[in-house]
Design a protein around this ligand. Sequence first.
Ligand code: URA
Ligand code: CA
Length: 441
Amino acid sequence: MNMVDIIDQKKRGMALNEAQIRLFVQGAAEGTVPDYQLAALLMAIRLQGMNREETVQLTMAMAHSGDICDLSGIQGIPTDKHSTGGVGDTTTLVLAPLVAACGVPVAKMSGRGLGHTGGTLDKLESIPGFRVDLSEEAFLAQVRKLGVAIIGQTKNLAPADKALYALRDVTATVDSLPLIASSIMSKKLASGARAIVLDVKTGAGALMHTLEDSIELARAMVRIGQDAGRRVVALVTDMGEPLGSHVGNALEVKEAIDVLSGRTGGPLKRVALALGAQMLVLGGAAKDEAEALGRLEEALQSGAGLERLRRLIIAQGGDPACVDDTACLPQARVVRDVPAPAQGYVLRMDTVGLGMTAQAMGAGRRVKTDVIDPSVGFVLHKRIGDPVRRGEPLATVHARDPESAQTAAQAIARLVEISPQQTPPCKLVHAFVDGERTEMR
Ligand code: URA
Ligand code: CA
């Protein structure tokens, strides 16, 4: 058995067996199979696909290519949530403290911003002093004591995925359902949570643009997780426009604190609670979604969620002053409104463009070594379907200098499409997937 045979077999559309899958995954992790052979195989997989069995075997091989985090010392059912990535997608900061306050341990390994999407770690690091690089021991100790910890992936988590993802990124092979599903689920399985709620985004700003493809990805990931013996469900949620109104690291932390303080409701709160409710059900703290939503709402109203966020920030070295006064978060030097260029209704948003605008302002990285400016970004004052008067503020930009403010303001005015035609608001949750069952919402 050699790599050329494996590539040839997949090229001709035949299924690979477990030994073949293990061979190339191990080769990717150890660097013993050259990149050109891996790249050729990835393209063959992209074009020919993989069946269910192959996809599960690929996921398991990638998960076992490095360390598996052992959460067995944690009381209860350690529960995680994963989003396929979005703009203004700050649900983790809202739901992690709420779910923990309701008694389900949240052991969360999060990521950094990627392309047009933001990352939870970058957002948390906008809180002065906050550390995301805890050791595995400190991570476990904190979940045991506080019920919640949010850290970066430990170094040796799914190294095969690191190698394969880097190649996919430069060989136009990211958009393959088995490759996406195995990439995400290998990391989730290796990070040790027994219950996982997946937030699969759909729409123009998502990895998968159509609802059909998004549901198919959700079903594939749920199946993989359940085959691996974990409790997994997915919600397919909307990314046709940014989820929260705030885009940018400190701005998104502010919006999450506003939600936990009861000052703001809206789509961010609704989606965070919908996902959190699934975590409570999988984690055994509620018998169904309705009971779970009630418990989360109670934890929000009583301030228990906000208090848990304060303790999370303190436990990870951050300054909790921002919990009581969000003005303690990093503030941008230049703040200015973006006037609406026309009258009508918001018809559409270029969500990818908006994410890239925040990135260009300094909220994200273009290359790995870029340093993020936590203070910059923008606040949108309108959502799809909202009426707009010409000249009223469409958004407010928070920029590091007047030039950057000007460039961002022009981009936003272009990326938010206003039309005389009235449009309904976007639906937030499109579908729920549990095993073979898909419920349209
Ligand atoms: N996120 C991942 O981790 N992997 C993919 O393949 C796509 C998105
Ligand atoms: Ca290599």
